[in-house]
Write a new protein. Structure first.
Length: 176
């Protein structure tokens, strides 16, 4: 029963896909193909991320992470969060396991939010692509708007969420 509860979203999605297939075979086949392609992408992306997470967990002591990205890290923590998120590769769903490891290492909640925001918005390869296809002025302007926006949103969110809720989030990360 616990297994069904844990995978209920997957099971409901699978059931909907089967129903769709019987209602309209063409659309059902397209949905299966899209799902298969996304699954292949995940299989190629997730293992390297988890290998890097394991290395981060073993190689970087908790004290070091707390010193540079913890509660008293200040501007250095913000810059490191932006740098880590910007240098990351892969889709956004890859950021969440990394964020969980950062939380286990004692990284300040605001810096975790900044990291996720940077991962989703300021990736270096995307910046280089924008420079070549949309122009340097556009790429730099977007980056100069996005970075303060990410920081402001992270601070607003961290102040909107109660300390108790943040503590529960960190506890949940420790258990999983």
């Amino acid at each position: 029963m616990n297994l069904i509860k844990r995978y209920k979203f997957f099971l409901v999605s699978l059931l909907m896909l089967i129903i769709l297939f019987f209602i309209n075979k063409d659309i059902g086949l397209k949905a299966v193909n899209v799902t298969g392609c996304q699954f292949k992408v995940m299989i190629l992306v997730i293992p390297p991320i988890f290998i890097l997470l394991g290395l981060l967990d073993v190689w970087v002591p908790r004290e070091t992470m707390m010193k540079y990205m913890g509660e008293k890290s200040g501007v250095i923590g913000i810059l490191l969060a932006i740098l880590l998120g910007s240098a990351a590769a892969g889709p956004l769903y890859g950021a969440f396991p990394v964020a969980a490891v950062l939380m286990k290492k004692g990284v300040k909640f605001t810096n975790v939010l900044i990291f996720i925001g940077a991962w989703s918005t300021t990736k270096i390869p995307m910046f280089l692509f924008e420079m070549s296809s949309l122009g340097t002025k556009f790429a730099i302007t977007r980056l100069l708007v996005d970075i303060p926006g990410i920081i402001i949103i992270a601070y607003i969110l961290s102040h909107m969420i109660s300390k108790e809720e943040i503590r529960k989030i960190y506890e949940r990360v420790e258990v999983d």
